[in-house]
Design a protein around this ligand. Sequence first.
Ligand code: ATP
Ligand code: MG
Length: 403
Amino acid sequence: MQLALIRLVQDETTQQGLPLYIVGGAVRDLILGRPLNDFDLTVEGDAISLARALARKHGGGVTVHAKFGTAKWFLPRNLTSDTHPHDTLDLISARSETYKQPGALPTVAFGTIEDDLRRRDFTINAMAIRLDGAHFGELRDYLHGRDDLQNRLIRVMHPRSFVDDPTRMYRAVRYEVRYGFRLVEDTLALIPEARTFVEKLSPQRIRHELDLILDEPNAVAMLKRLHELDLLTCIHPALGNFDKSKLATVKAQDPVLQTRNSRWLLWLMHLTDQEIEFINDRLRFKSDLLKMLHSAALLETNLPALSGLKPSEIVELLEGYSIKALEVFSIALQDEQQKSILNKYLSEWWGVKPKTTGHDLKKLGIPPGPKYNEILRRLRAAWLDGEVKTEEQEKNLLSNLLE
Ligand code: ATP
Ligand code: MG
C-alpha cells in the first residue's frame, strides 16, 4: 500500500518534471535493511502545489505550512491502510537553513536537494534517493553518508553543527546506541565547546529529545552514554548523579517500566522534592508526570516511617500518592520490608471498602455532611486492621459508632 501511494506521487512528479526524493532517516534505514517507521517525500520545487494536484486527482484533503513549504495530504479512504498509521502523507519542499542564533530555530528558504541534505544533523541522515521517472533509484550522497553507514560512524557535517543546534548531541547519542555506531573523533571533540549552549535550548526542545531517548528500548544505555559525555549536568546539575538513579541499577524488564513516564520516574525518583521542582523549571514536565515525580520524591522520605504503622494508617498515608508512582517505586525499592508494605497496599489494601455506603447512611436518617466520610473511613480502618471480618461485625460497629 505504501508502494502504491509512492507510485501515485511518482507519476505526478514525473509528469510535472519535478524531482522527487525519499530522504534522511528513511534512506538510512532502507540501506541498513531496517523497517521504516515513518517517511515523507521531498520535492525540489513546490510541495504545496504538488499536494493540491494530488488531492484534486485522487481525493482527500490538504493542509499546508506555507512558511516551511510543507503540505500534509490527508489520504482518501482507498489509499489508507494499516501500514500507513496516520492516513496522511507529508510532502516537503527541499530547503536551506541558516542559524542566526545558537539553539534557536533556523531561518528557512527554498533550495536544492543538495542544500536540503547539507542542513541535516549527520552524514548518515543526509542521503536521498530519487524516485521520479528515469531517475528512479539514483542515490544523492554529497556527504559520503553511505561510507559512514558502512563504517558505523556518526559524523556532523561542519564544526558549528552542535553549537547551531545542541539537540544534535542528544540525537547523536541516540543513534550511536540504537545502531551500535560510534561518534568519530572530530565530532566527539566538538562536544565540550557546544555543551555550554545547551542552556539556550527551550524547555520543550530539550525535553523532547529526552522523551525520544526514553522511548527507545535501549534508553538506559543512552542515558549512561550521555552521563559519560557529561551531557546531563548541563541540562540541570541535579541530573549529574546518574549512577545513583534507580534506572541505572534496576533490571528494567518489568512491564510496569515500559512506558516513557515510568522511565522518567525511575530515572528521577532518588531526587528530593525540591530538585524535582528545579528540574521542572528547566524541562516543564506535563502535569501528570510532574505529579508522579513529586509523589515519588515525597514517598522516598516518608517510606521508612511506614514500617511501624497499622494497615489503616498506611492507607491513610499512601492514599494521596499516584498509583503509577507507587507501582514503579515498589519495583525499584531495595528494602524488602518496605517493598512488601507497598505491594500489600497495591494488591489489597488500596481497594478495601466497607460494605456500608453513603446511601445506607442516608437511609439510616443521618444528615449528609463530613460525618459520612468520617464514619466510612472508620469502618474501612476496621476491615484493614482486622477489627471486623464479616458484614455482621461491621453492622455492629456501625451501630456502636452511631450511638
Ligand atoms: P528516527 O528513526 O529517530 O525517526 P530520523 O532520522 O527519521 O530518525 P527524524 O527526527 O524523524 O529522524 O528527522 C528526520 C530527518 O530530519 C533526519 O533524518 C535528519 O536528516 C533531519 N533532522 C532531524 N532533526 C534534525 C536536527 N536537529 N538538525 C538537523 N537535521 C535534523
Ligand atoms: Mg523519523
